[in-house]
Design a protein around this ligand. Structure first.
Ligand code: NAD
Length: 259
């Protein structure tokens, strides 16, 4: 499925693009016609994304660095300016889940680590991304989560960080509107990526089936999302089809938060 050339001539920067939802979004936006700037941690495997973007006939600029590090953004934007001159779309997707444990046991250093990537990383992305959108229009899509809509157990910093992403989205939507930049957040539920599969490490087949059954039962559609299903919402928000959508936090959750 594509947005048939709907993003032709656009440049999209996607963080956390070396795998998971970020890679699915990069592939989708390339198929929609955008050139891709992919940012992920040093040592990330780029082969699959490189092949997919080439197959779509688009250009890929793969950059390495930590989204929470200001130098990463300075260096990435310098490379963007040299190759493309600007960006039109920014998907602030990179994020980490941190440990799962009760508040009383939640380690302070883990709290800081999760907030650093999930909040500071998005803040820097918005700041540098808006600056690089010089064409009088642009779309920023921030990755929140169903954890950014309601409460829950065990993922204290993750939950807090994903709420903060929605707050940053709303401020950005108001402040950047005068520059023609729309800012929205997406809030997926469980999606088939390494982040979810990591929860299955060390468990036997029965335990994995029980865990999956537990999560599936929470979702009215009864299953995890495929990364491509999240990417198609990113594609919509990036496109002119969403020209009046600004400041929204959109659940992409199979009905989880409708209950
Ligand atoms: N998988 C899910 O069920 C789910 C649900 C809701 C929201 N999300 C959110 O979607 C986003 C992507 O998740 P995913 O499931 O694809 O995860 P993933 O772990 O499969 O991929 C995350 C990518 O981000 C990169 N990354 C992590 N920290 C980084 C940093 N500091 N700088 C640059 N890159 C960094 C990783 O190297 C990796 O390539 C995250 O923000 C996550 O919180 C995921």
């Amino acid at each position: 499925m594509t947005n048939a050339d709907g993003l032709k001539g656009k440049v999209a920067l996607i963080t956390g693009a070396a795998r998971g939802i970020g890679m699915a979004a990069a592939i989708r936006l390339a198929r929609d016609g955008a050139d891709i700037v992919a940012l992920d941690l040093a040592g990330s495997p780029w082969n699959e994304l490189h092949d997919e973007v080439a197959q779509a006939g688009r250009n890929l600029l793969a950059c390495e660095g930590d989204v929470a590090d200001e130098v990463t953004w300075e260096e990435t934007m310098a490379r963007v300016r040299a190759q493309f001159g600007r960006i039109d779309i920014l998907f602030n997707n990179a994020g980490i889940s941190g440990p799962a444990c009760p508040l009383q046991d939640y380690p302070l250093d883990e709290f800081d680590r999760v907030m650093r990537v999930n909040c500071r990383g998005v803040f820097l992305g918005m700041k540098f991304g808006a600056e690089a959108m010089r064409g009088g229009s642009g779309s920023i899509i921030n990755m929140s989560s169903v954890s950014g809509i309601g409460g829950g157990r065990s993922l204290f910093a993750y939950n807090a960080s994903k709420h903060a992403v929605i707050g940053m989205t709303k401020v950005g939507a108001v402040e950047l509107a005068e520059h023609g930049i729309r800012v929205n957040a997406i809030c997926p539920a469980m999606t088939e990526t390494a982040m979810m599969l990591d929860l299955e490490i060390g468990k036997n087949t029965d335990e994995i089936a029980a865990l999956r059954g537990h999560f599936n039962a929470m979702i009215p559609l009864g299953r995890y999302a495929a990364p491509a299903e999240i990417a198609s919402v990113v594609s919509f928000l990036a496109s002119d089809a969403a020209s009046f959508v600004n400041g929204a936090a959109i659940p992409v959750d199979g009905g989880l938060k409708a209950q």
